[in-house]
Design a protein around this ligand. Structure first.
Ligand SMILES: NC(=O)c1ccc[n+]([C@@H]2O[C@H](COP(=O)([O-])OP(=O)(O)OC[C@H]3O[C@@H](n4cnc5c(N)ncnc54)[C@H](OP(=O)(O)O)[C@@H]3O)[C@@H](O)[C@H]2O)c1
Length: 281
């Protein structure tokens, strides 16, 4: 929390060098990803927008270009359930000076159901986006990020990695993977002489995106506010960071509580939200 006292929004400039620097943001067509693209443009980056829906991405690109006519924006379309396409994304951006990769693509689960009630294909897609895509795209982009260092990989995580709630086992599992993957890779980069490739894990609680459905509140910032916090946090160059202040307070609260209480609490909240029981009514 104390880092906020001296955090400067210009820390991100560390990753802005060469003639022009680019950020690649996955899941850029909506929610946090779209807002992160805006925040990067505001900070002087050109942005590659990744997503699966060309039409939606065209709309976002037009919006960004109108707001920042001096920046460049490009689109790369690839379904993040298809890990084999990650190398095509990396090839598409080769030649651009990409210094930041934000692994944001994912989903805010609207299914709150026991594993046994869930469609195995839907579960698989969750794992494909949350684990396989993140892994393969990071792998495919690392040579460019090493060449373009100082550079960063920013993985958008969730508090469910540390406090996995029932009925969201796969979502929580993918975020647990993201957290462990980020930590291991950060150390690996240091041990292999690439400490200037900064691997960061950004932990989030609720953000009032359309997918999340929560109203904006102290606990759930709007995506633009969250994105500005993420950009400030990137500049701190930490392996683990909670970008938004109220999320960090909540984290502290959860850390001091016995995990059995946290599980009990989340269990009773999520029991009342079970989508399988609502469908059965
Ligand atoms: N919102 C929260 O409360 C919250 C809390 C903690 C962590 N997070 C994490 O933050 C990230 C963004 O969440 P969000 O709430 O902003 O979600 P969102 O509004 O649903 O946006 C998700 C983005 O990912 C894209 N995407 C989804 N599936 C894809 C696929 N198969 N291929 C390519 N792109 C795909 C979406 O594209 P379309 O526009 O085509 O759907 C969209 O651009 C996720 O990793 C989420 O787990 C969110």
């Amino acid at each position: 929390m104390l880092w906020r006292l001296w955090a400067s929004s210009s820390g991100i400039n560390h990753f802005q060098h060469g003639e022009e620097s680019w950020a690649l943001v996955t899941g850029a067509s909506d929610g946090i990803g779209k807002s992160v693209c805006q925040a990067f443009a505001q900070k002087g980056f050109n942005v590659v927008l990744h997503g699966r829906n060309q039409e939606k991405l065209n709309g976002v690109k037009e919006e960004l270009q109108a707001a920042w006519p001096d920046r460049k924006f490009e689109i790369v379309v690839a379904d993040a359930t298809q890990g084999s396409l990650a190398s095509e994304v990396a090839s598409a951006v080769k030649g651009k000076h990409v210094t930041i990769l934000v692994n944001n693509a994912g989903y805010t689960s609207t299914l709150i159901e026991p594993l046994v009630a869930q469609d195995p294909d839907v579960l698989q897609r969750g794992v494909d986006i949350g684990c396989t895509w993140l892994t393969q795209l990071t792998r495919a982009m690392l040579p460019q990020l090493i060449e373009n260092k100082p550079s960063a990989v920013v993985n958008i995580g969730s508090f469910v990695a540390a406090h996995p709630p029932p009925f969201l086992a796969v979502y929580a599992g993918t975020k647990g993977y993201t957290r462990a993957f980020s930590q291991a890779l950060r150390t690996e980069m240091r041990l292999t002489g690439h400490k200037d490739v900064d691997i960061q894990y950004h932990e989030s609680h609720s953000v009032a995106t359309k997918a999340n459905g929560s109203p904006v509140s102290t606990a759930a910032p709007d995506p633009d506010t969250m994105a500005r916090s993420i950009v400030v946090a990137i500049g701190q160059r930490k392996g683990f960071i909670v970008p938004y202040w109220s999320h960090e307070l909540t984290n502290w609260f959860l850390w001091i509580m016995p995990e059995s209480w946290v599980q009990k609490m989340s269990g009773s909240i999520l029991q009342t939200k079970r989508t399988d029981l609502k469908k059965a009514d």
